[in-house]
Design a binder for this molecule. Sequence first.
Ligand SMILES: O=C(O)CCC(=O)C(=O)O
Ligand SMILES: [Fe+2]
Ligand SMILES: [Zn+2]
Length: 753
Amino acid sequence: MDTTSSADAGGGFIKPRPGVEHEPTAHLFVANCGPAVGLSLDTIKTVFSTFGPVEAVRPAGDSGTRVVVSFQNPEDAAAAKKALDGKKCDNLQGRVVFMQFSVFQPPSMAEEHLPVMTSSAGCGIPGLVLYPDFISEEEEERLLAAVDQSPWQVLAKRRVQHYGYEFLYKIRNVDLSQKLGELPPFVEEVVTRLSKLPELTKSNEPSLPLDQLTINEYPKGVGLSPHIDTHSAFEGSILSLSLAGSCVMEFRRYSDESKDESRIRIAGDKELGKNQMERRALFLPPRSLLLLSGEARYRWHHYIPHHKIDHVNDEVVERGSKRVSFTFRKVRRGPCKCKFLQDCDSQVAGIPSSPFLSNSESEECSHSDELDVETRPDTSPESSKDDEPNVEVFSKNLPQLETEQAVDEVGKAEETRHQLSRSFSHHTPEIEKQYVHKVYDAIAPHFSSTRFAKWPRVAAFLEACSPGSIIADSGCGNGKYLGLNPSCFFIGCDISPALVAICDQRGHEALVADALHLPYRSGFYDAAISIAVLHHLSNDQRRIRAVEELVRVVRPGGKVLITVWAVEQEDIRLVQKWTPLQGKYTEPWVDDENFKLHMKKSPSASSLDIIQESDGNGERQVDEEGPLVGKRDGEEGGRRDCLRSLSESDEQEISDSSSHPAAAGTTQEPHQEYFVPWHLPYHRAEVTGASVAALASGFARKDDKKGAVVYNRYYHVFAEGELERLTSKVKGALIVDSFYDKSNWCVILQKLQ
Ligand SMILES: O=C(O)CCC(=O)C(=O)O
Ligand SMILES: [Fe+2]
Ligand SMILES: [Zn+2]
C-alpha cells in the first residue's frame, strides 16, 4: 500500500476537473465497505489506520455497505484515498472500494452517537431491568407458533392481539366493563414465572395479577413512536418479552418545560437543563424480558426507532424479518397515585400521552404510535370541545386504518426536525413552520405523485453541467431532478423529512436540511439548484440568506439556478383561487430565538386570522414550477400533470368576476403574499391522523364536494425584477442569465473566481 501523504483530492469516485481541487478533509466516505459486506468496523479501522491515526469508523446510513472513516489529519485521509480508492484491496477482502471526502460537516460525536447499552444497569434508569434469555429457544418457538393460531388486528404498520382487555388506541386506555377473558393458556407458564420475579413480588405497588396482554408483531424496520403507557390504564410494572427479532429501545425523559413543543431541544447527556430531554438506548435481544417499573415506567418514554439495522456501538445488528413482543400489564382500577405528576393523566388534567400531544388529541384520535407535534390544536378548552364533532364526522368519512401510518410518519418527521434543530439556533418564522413545513409533511406522498414532469429549463441547466459535476438541489422535494444528468452526482436536501424519505426510497442521496443553513462545506459543489423554494420563505432577509447559502456551497465559477413563482401568472384564473394575505411581514427576521412574527395588520384581523377563516374560492392544484406546468405544449408529463390535478369541478368553479390586484392586472402594487390551497383527497392513504388532527384544530378544512382535505401553503410570489434585485445583493456572484418562463422568474448566478 502506498502510504505517502498527498493532497490529491481527485480520482475515483469524484472526478477532478481542471482548476478545481476538492480540499481534503479528515473524513472519508467509503462505499462498498461495511459490516453488510463482511467487513467489521474494527477491520476497516485497522486497515485505514495504516495511513495515520483513525478517530472513528462510523456506519454511513443504514445499509451497512458504507462507512465514514474519520482520520485525525486530512493528509492521512488523502493518502488513504489515493492508495485505495477504486482499487482492489486485499486487506479489505479483495473488495474494490470507492471514496470521496465527506461533503458534510461531521457532527460532533456527542451529538451523533447515543451509546447503546447491552445491560439495563448501563442505562442508569431507576426501575429498568433487562433479563437476557428469559425464555428458551423452544419456548420462543412455541409462543410464536401459538400466536399465529389467533386472529390479528391489523394496524397500518404492525399487527396486534389483545388478551384480557383490549387496549383501545383511540382513547389510549382500556374499557374495564369489556373484559375479553383470561390470559390465553399458551402464556400460562411464562406468567407464572413472571409473577415470581422479586421486582414484582416485593414492589410497593401491586403489579399482580397480570391480566392484560398485548402482542405486537413488527415487520422488519418498523418501530414504535415515543410514549408512556397511560398511567390511568395500567398499574405497577410493565413487562415486555421480545421474540424472534431484536431491536434497540430508546428511553427519553423530557424536562417539564419541554412540553411546550416549540421549545424542545435534544441535548447531549452532559448539558441537560430546561426544555431538554435525556436519552438512553438499550439493545433488546430475542428472548429477553424488559421490566419497566417506577421511574422507568411512569416517567420515561419508550421508543423503538424505525430501522432495519441497529448500530449497537461498533456492531451492526440486522433486525430479524420480524419482531414479536408480548407486553404483560395489570389493568388499573382507580386513579394512579404516582409521584410523577408531570406525566400522570390521573392526577393532572391535560397530561398528554406523549410530549407532543395535547390531551384532546391523545383522547380523540391518537394511539401510542401517533405523534404529531405540529398538529397540536389550540390548547384552550373551548377549542378542544369545538373539535369533537369535527373529528367525529371526519372519522366516519375516512378509513381509520390509515390514521396510524401517517401520524407515525409525521412523528418521525418531527423527530428528524428536532435533531436537525441541534445544528443551528436560528428561529424559523411560524408562518413557514405552519404553512410550509407542516403542510408538505402532511401531503408529501400525494404531492409527490403529482410531481414528475421535469421543467425543460431546469433540465437544460443540469444537462449542461460537465460530467463528474457534483450538484446540490436545495429544496429537492420528491427528488425529481436528482440524477437527471447521469454523468453527475446529485445530493438533495429538503426541510420536509417526508419528502426526503421519498427521495431515499427512490435511491437518491438526500438529507433533511434547512436551505438557510446548508450542512455542506463551502465551495464543494460544481452547481446548485433551488427550484420553487424561495417563494416559501417569508421575508427578504431569509430569501437572501438562502441565495447566499447556494453561492457559498458552489465552487468559484460554479453556477446556481433559482426559480420562483411569478406574480405575473399566465393564467390569472389560478390566482383567483388563492387566498391573498392582508398585509405584509414587516419585521425583519432575526437569526435568533427572540424572533417575533410581526405583521402589519389589516384593520379587522391579522393575516393568519384571515387564513384560518377563509373558505377560499375553489382551487386548483398546480405544479411547483409554476401553475401552468400542466399546460406546457408538447411536453410529455405536463399534460398528465394537468389531467391529474384538474378536476371538472375545478374548471366549473373558475369565476371571471372575482379578482384581486394581481389577477386583475390593475396599476395597484401587485399582491404578493398568498395562501395556495392543496387538496388532499380523502381516498388517499395519507389522509390520516395528521389530517384528522389538522381538521380538528382548524388548520386544514374539509371540502366535501371535492372529497378532500384542504391545506393552505404560504407563498410570496415574485414581482418582475424582484429576483434580480434580491440576488444582486448577494456578494461574490454575478447574474449571468435571468428570464421569465411559464409563470416563473428565474436567474442563473455564477460564483466569482
Ligand atoms: O414492543 C415492545 O416491546 C413495546 C410495546 C409497547 O410499548 C406497548 O405496546 O405499549
Ligand atoms: Fe408501551
Ligand atoms: Zn401516574
